[in-house]
Structures are given as structure tokens and as C-alpha cells.
Ligand binder design. Sequence first.
Ligand code: OAD
Ligand code: ZN
Length: 246
Amino acid sequence: SGIERLGDMIAEARTIVPFTGAGISTECGIPDFRSPGGIWTRHRPIPFDEFVASQEARDESWRRRFAMEEVFAAARPGRGHRALASLYRAGKVPAVITQNIDNLHQASGFAPEHVVELHGNTTYARCIGCGQAYPLDWVRRRFDDDGTAPNCTACDKPVKTATISFGQMMPDNEMQRATALSQACDLFIAIGSSLVVWPAAGFPMMAKRAGARLVIINREPTEQDDIADLVIHHDIGETLGPFVGN
Ligand code: OAD
Ligand code: ZN
């Protein structure tokens, strides 16, 4: 079966780089983007230039974030996160590349420096001007006091979740680390991503071109199934559950 082949490939590999998308966190109660009921089936994305230009867009963006707070605060690592953390502790996985912003790889035991967050992190905020970090409850208090999304106390530019929006520059350092990891592994496992958002979706192909075996685990077919060595169209928790160790 697919899971047995995956087990063989994991056993044979020396360096495994997992690449994760929203599908690994759905069993933790966090919706993905493109499945029925996903975020982009309910909301139109707010592009970065709109966030910068419009107070109304910033207010809407923060209202959406606050509406999700209970979900993010309650979420605990799932079987997928825990399986990857087991392989990390076993020394097989040097780091995880993720498009997710939910902090669950860190919560599962990855050291922060071993989580490459291509799309940032939604558990804190940053000034888009000077980069000053802010806790979310600071934003919440200011929003409640003023009825509007706050600006930076240092430079007066807007404060945004520390995530990457459409139209926003990708983080340089993370792109470089993800490139190095993709080119240095012998097994690359894409987990729970539709693989439609670029440049993130370029890493599976980059790994494959550099000589790694490529595995894709996703309930639905993805854009890149045809270049994979193994495709498992199955639930992530069930597929990776057997690899949860200590
Ligand atoms: P998507 O919502 O595009 O894809 C998630 C995939 O996971 C879907 O194909 C689902 O079928 C699959 N899936 C969900 N739950 C699953 C489960 N339990 N078992 C197996 N498969 C499951 O999410 P991403 O590919 O992560 O970026 O989205 C990529 C980027 O688009 C996000 O990082 C975000 C979004 O716009 C930005 O906003 C910049
Ligand atoms: Zn600032």
C-alpha cells in the first residue's frame, strides 16, 4: 500500500524535508483555504496593497483575525505534526518548510529556527514599516479602545499580523533557507497543500530536480501529482499516524 511504500522511503532516506500546507492542520480545527468551507470560499483575500492603502481594509482584516482567535488559541498539534516532530527528534528531518501560519510545528516540538515559515506567523503582529513586533492582545486592546486598527507607536505605519498577504514580498531569509533545504534532501514530502500558490509551490519541483524522491500526501489531487514518485490521496492524520513515535 501507499503507507507501506512511504514507510520504506522514510527508512531509506537520510535527510527528509517535509513541506506542509493547511491540510495538515484541518484535524486541529483550523480550516484550509480551498476545500469546501475553506477560508477563500468564505472571504475574498485582502491583497497587501489594499491593506496598506485602506483603513477599512485593515479593520476588516483584523476583525477576521479576531474572529479566528478561539480556533487558533485552542488548536493543538495533530498526528501529522507529531509524526514530523518524531522524525525531527530522530535526526531524519533537519527542518520543516511550511506555508502555515498557525505555529503548530513549533508547538509539536520543532525548535523555532527549524521551522521555515514561508507565509509568516499569525500568532503575533508586526509593523509593516519598521518591523516592530507586537503581541496580538496589544492590537486587540487598541482596536477595542479606538474602534479601528492601530498603527505602530514608533513609526506610525500600519500593524499587521506577521503573515504574508498576496502581493506582499516573500521573506528573503525563509526563501533562501527553503531553497537550501530542498536542494539538500533525498526525500521531500509535500503534505496537505493544493500546491497552487507560488513561489511556495516551486519547492517540491526544486527538490525533485536536485535529485530527491518526491512524495505528495493530500486528500485531493494536486497540481504536481504527475512529477511525484509516490502520491497518497488519503487523510493526513491516518497516513502519518503510524509514524508518530516518541
Ligand atoms: P489549500 O486549501 O489550497 O490546500 C489544502 C489541501 O489540503 C487541499 O487540497 C485539501 O484537499 C487537503 N486537505 C485538507 N485536509 C486534509 C486532510 N485531513 N487530509 C488530507 N488532505 C487534506 O491550502 P494550501 O495549499 O496550504 O497563502 O494554501 C496555500 C496558500 O494559499 C496558503 O499558505 C495561503 C493561501 O492563500 C497566503 O495567503 C499567501
Ligand atoms: Zn513601525
